[in-house]
Design a protein around this ligand. Structure first.
Ligand code: FPP
Length: 266
């Protein structure tokens, strides 16, 4: 029995190590693309005797701090998991608070993002969102379209399995023959089509799972879990996460040159 990878397998479907950047702050290797599961807003608030809404507010305020620090390290893409398709099961009052905070963030930060050359994009079901919020997002995406500095992707009403199903349907509807579908075809038809895959996934607040976030794109991402709640995840935590990333050996299933040499010596 022989195994031949599907045509195009391994091309265009992941970020090669070249996706890394060199941080001007540390001179170390940093990820080109970081994806973040911002967890722990509720626990942050509860531990302070505050309503959960206060945790989301503190979480929303942290986004600016975090993106600024990534920008200083020359990270190019930051993708935030702001609201999942499963988060619709939360009480309507909590959903409403989260949407208000996102609306406020985009309203308040638009001028700063223009000044800082930040491009905003949205991944997820815009049509499921309240119309004013959908308009706010469209406006931010449109206004920042030509910015070519840091790209801030906001996943909102997003689920990865749903994204993959939609991509497969699009490919089928386009009538692509089965034997022409390869990894690059799937990648190109995802919402993230054209973007490099995340190099690093950060999840705050202690849980160690991916929660239906960029399942295809994260195939070779390094995973970093921290016990810090999202509102507390600050500049020092970022620096620690990036330093840890710099120590990781990314192999993409291959052997590293030093391992290859050892193999040949044997
Ligand atoms: C997870 O904490 C957090 C969320 C589901 C919402 C994240 C949303 C924001 C930070 C609002 C702002 C977003 C943008 C893009 C401006 P949790 O509520 O699950 O916390 P818990 O696990 O401690 O209960």
């Amino acid at each position: 029995m022989s195994f031949r990878p599907a045509q195009g397998a391994g091309t265009g479907s992941r970020t090669d190590p070249g996706g890394d950047r060199i941080s001007p702050l540390t001179g170390g290797r940093v990820p080109g693309h970081i994806a973040i599961i911002m967890d722990g807003n509720g626990r942050w608030a509860t531990e302070r005797g505050l309503p959960r809404a206060a945790g989301h507010r503190a979480g929303a305020e942290n986004i600016r701090r975090v993106t600024e620090r990534f920008h200083e390290h020359d990270v190019r893409y930051v993708t935030l998991f702001a609201f999942s398709t499963e988060n619709w099961n939360r009480p309507p009052s909590e959903v409403s608070v989260i949407f208000q905070l996102i609306d406020r963030f985009l309203r308040r930060e638009l001028d700063n993002m223009q000044r800082d050359n930040v491009r905003v994009r949205h991944f997820g079901h815009l049509e499921q969102l309240p119309e004013p919020l959908a308009e706010r997002i469209n406006h931010a995406v449109e206004v920042t379209r030509r910015n070519d500095g840091l790209m801030l992707n906001i996943c909102l009403s997003y689920g990865s399995r749903d994204e993959i199903v939609t991509a497969v349907r699009r490919i089928a509807e386009a009538g692509v023959p089965a034997d022409e579908i390869d990894e690059a075809t799937i990648s190109a038809n995802l919402l993230t089509g054209g973007l490099p895959d995340p190099d690093l996934v950060i999840r705050t607040a202690g849980d160690q799972r991916i929660s239906n976030f960029l399942l295809w794109q994260n195939a070779y991402a390094e995973l970093y879990f921290t016990s810090a709640y999202w509102p507390d995840f600050g500049r020092e935590d970022i620096d620690l996460a990036l330093a840890e990333y710099g120590r990781r050996k990314r192999k993409f299933g291959r052997l590293l040159p030093e391992d290859l040499a050892r193999f040949e010596d044997a």
